[in-house]
Design a protein around this ligand. Structure first.
Ligand code: GUN
Length: 317
């Protein structure tokens, strides 16, 4: 066989984002636009749930331990009810015992704190989740701070947030944890890459920025007062959009070949669900992108299951 010239070998090298092919605008693209790889959270989620079901079966068999999840849902927000139903269903799928307390919006803060305390003391419950948002008369932080950090499977307690920041064992918030799993299982290299996070929420923006930093990415966090949002986004090899504004990230804000993670779930006129990224246009520029629905969403619930299994496993240590 004839030996391949060096420059041909170079042309065959994968892209830095790890997707293995040139993107639109890249000289190796031959001037053609191309379609990004779709990162399916649904598929990744299904395989992680399978792995978790095996871990749960082992816990039962070897230790007689059934991981338990306690959920508190206050009020009648339809989205919250639908999320909690999804969590209950996922728990059943992987063999996790779950208890869901659905209480009216008129429930007092003291009553919610008492439910948290009861779950804290209940040996059958290893993970506690208080579905947010809570009604206005209940102080969310007071409730979150009342959860035993060892059962805080949402990773919202200041002890877990602090431990995340210093790289100690903790519970990682579910959506950021799911994003990292998607990047890892897609083979995206983070070391030395520019990662831009749009959105600075405690639930997604801040923790995902910290996780990307811990993996040696150079991280920029953008928000509503960022002066040149488009410019900051265009520098990103990995772009995480978590703003909650339908299709706010347009194709011209995406660096050719970037990996795009869309955390947004926005219902637009006509009832359609769309992300924070203009998906159809982004497909022609990015090298890989998560869809909405079917991207980050399914991963959030799966990571809650993972944290609950971890919480149960940690009681054996
Ligand atoms: N409401 C929206 N997302 C979340 C979440 O990840 N955890 C909780 N507890 N409430 C939420």
């Amino acid at each position: 066989m004839r030996r391949m010239p060096l420059f041909v070998l170079f042309l065959l090298l994968p892209l830095s984002s790890g997707q293995g092919r040139p993107a639109a605008g890249d000289p190796r693209d031959g001037g053609q636009t191309m379609t990004a790889k779709i990162i399916s959270g649904k598929e990744v989620s299904a395989s992680i749930r399978q792995e978790l079901a095996e871990r749960v079966a082992e816990l039962k068999e070897k230790h007689g331990l059934v991981p338990g999840l306690g959920v508190i849902l206050v009020g009648d927000d339809p989205a919250s009810h639908s999320y909690v139903k999804g969590k209950e269903k996922a728990a059943g799928q992987v063999g996790i015992y779950s208890e869901v307390l659905r209480v009216p919006a008129s429930t007092t803060e003291a009553e919610v704190l008492k439910m948290v305390e009861d779950f804290n003391k209940n040996p059958k419950i290893h993970g506690i989740l208080v579905q947010l948002p809570l009604p206005d008369h209940i102080d969310e932080n007071k409730v979150i701070f009342a959860i035993d950090p060892k059962k805080d499977v949402d990773g919202f307690h200041p002890v877990n947030i602090g431990r995340l920041h210093i790289g100690e064992e903790c519970f990682i918030p579910c959506t950021p944890n799911g994003i990292m799993e998607l990047l890892d299982r897609t083979g995206v290299e983070l070391k030395g890459k520019n990662a831009t996070v749009v959105g600075r929420s405690n639930i997604v923006g801040k923790p995902v920025a910290m996780l990307l930093l811990s993996r040696h990415a150079t991280v920029t966090i953008c928000h509503s007062r960022t002066t040149d949002l488009a410019g900051e986004c265009r520098r990103a090899d990995v772009l995480v959009a978590a703003v909650g504004r339908p299709r706010m990230i347009t194709a011209d804000m995406i660096k050719p070949g970037a990996v795009v993670i869309d955390v947004g779930v926005n219902r637009i006129e006509g009832g359609k669900l769309v992300g924070d990224v203009d998906f159809d246009a982004a497909l022609e520029v990015a090298s890989a992108i998560t869809p909405v629905p079917g991207g980050v969403g399914p991963m959030t619930i799966t990571m809650l299951m993972k944290n609950t299994v971890l919480a149960a496993e940690r009681t054996l240590a």
